[in-house]
Design a binder for this molecule. Sequence first.
Ligand code: PBG
Length: 325
Amino acid sequence: MTGIDRPRRLRRTPALRRLVAETTLEPRHLVLPMFVADGLAEAREISSMPGVYQHSLDSLRKAAVEAVEAGVGGLMLFGVPLAGDKDAVGSKAVDPEGILNRGLRALAAEVGDATVIMADTCLDEFTDHGHCGVVAADGSVDNDATVDRYVAMALAQAETGADLLGTSGMMDGQVGAIRAGLDAAGHLDTAILAYAAKYASAFYGPFREAVASSLQGDRRTYQQDPANRVESLRELELDLAEGADIVMVKPAMSYLDILRDVADRATVPVAAYQISGEYAMITAAAERGWIDRRGAILESLTGIRRAGADIVLTYWATEASHWLR
Ligand code: PBG
């Protein structure tokens, strides 16, 4: 056959494929989410996320150094307080001696000059009811009372030297209030990674084990409905207007259309979070020999980049960075 267009010409050799590849995946694009737990003598593996650990302060430092040496773009820290330290308003989230703030200081001291340190600015790990905020008498999550707590939490985190605060709670007005609070306290350079579009997802399951969540019920009155697309553009506009420095879409793989929409419109860098359930699915299938582990991981990350993510949060950040160097 002559006279037909032959796209296969450019796929013929590895060198040709490399020359024309549209999407890149580099260690600097990857951010490692990490968990630090109070009262641990050594790291404890999370059973639904094989290969991911709740860290002690010591093992956190070591894993952070490994990640930075592998070339990751940043670290995102979550804290797991002692069960007995949880209360209705998440006091340990605000306490400078709470485990998350201690962990952030440890990271700043160990690798603060070499990487970007991010803090999860949300209350769910610290509340005894497991919600991301303060619960009102009628059982609903009180938006404005919660935002006040977030501002206090953000100030404590800014004091640790964290570079970026990840506002993951999905309260209305949280970005603007935190920005104003940071500015008033002189933290003009502490940046905000706004979870602009965060959906109420079944794929968060393993994370709830990772942070020993106390949640009964769900987060559907504050996280978004998976059925909605346009709503994410409204969330994006609000977060940009309120001063977000980076915006995020979460989860990633079931929301690649949202990621593309956001990337097409955002005037700031865009991140996506490949969450715990995404990690667990690929890990479980690979353990059974049903898919090729490395191939599936790299393909999933490339797909998230192709859909528009400048930055990808992934529990494989360190390992994938080794492969990509
Ligand atoms: C809540 C929060 C969640 C995750 C990070 N922060 C989810 C939730 O329980 O609603 C999920 C991350 C993951 O699943 O990997 N502040």
